[in-house]
Design a protein around this ligand. Sequence first.
Ligand SMILES: Nc1ncnc2c1ncn2[C@@H]1O[C@H](COP(=O)(O)OP(=O)(O)OP(=O)(O)O)[C@@H](O)[C@H]1O
Length: 141
Amino acid sequence: MEYEISTGHNALERMLIDGSAEPMDLPLSLLEDITNCFSDDQQIGSGGFAVVYKGMVGNEIVAVKRLSRNMHESKFHKEAECLMKAKHKNIVRFLGYCSDTQGKIMDYEGKMVMADIRNWLLCFEYVPMHLMDLNGGSILR
Ligand SMILES: Nc1ncnc2c1ncn2[C@@H]1O[C@H](COP(=O)(O)OP(=O)(O)OP(=O)(O)O)[C@@H](O)[C@H]1O
């Protein structure tokens, strides 16, 4: 786990330096680590289907969008696939994604069952508040 986190840190740091690097798959452990386990004080906003957290990668900040577990898996797939292709100077840079399923034993109607806990996350470059287009909700660089 430690190795996974430090390798992920290095890869994200390299990516932030190299503006032409392609978005990549990111381990959940790394995204948990840089957002302090998605703590409330790291929260920077929320939208219709997601809560967005600030993540620290070295001295750099990234935005980690945690999508609602209620959304359909295919919506997450479509969003990630579109973001992989979307490269434009006026579109916030997409750094990577995480699709992770954890098995957790839970009480369901009085029975202990193994439930699949889905984690869908998207990671972007951080855009300071004053550069946001607040009217459309979209983000400009
Ligand atoms: N890359 C980013 N850098 C900084 N803050 C961000 C970034 N992405 C999102 N945010 C913050 O999180 C909030 C919610 O982002 P999100 O993209 O989910 O909202 P939205 O555009 O309203 O989405 P939706 O249309 O899905 O409801 C934004 O309004 C903004 O404050």
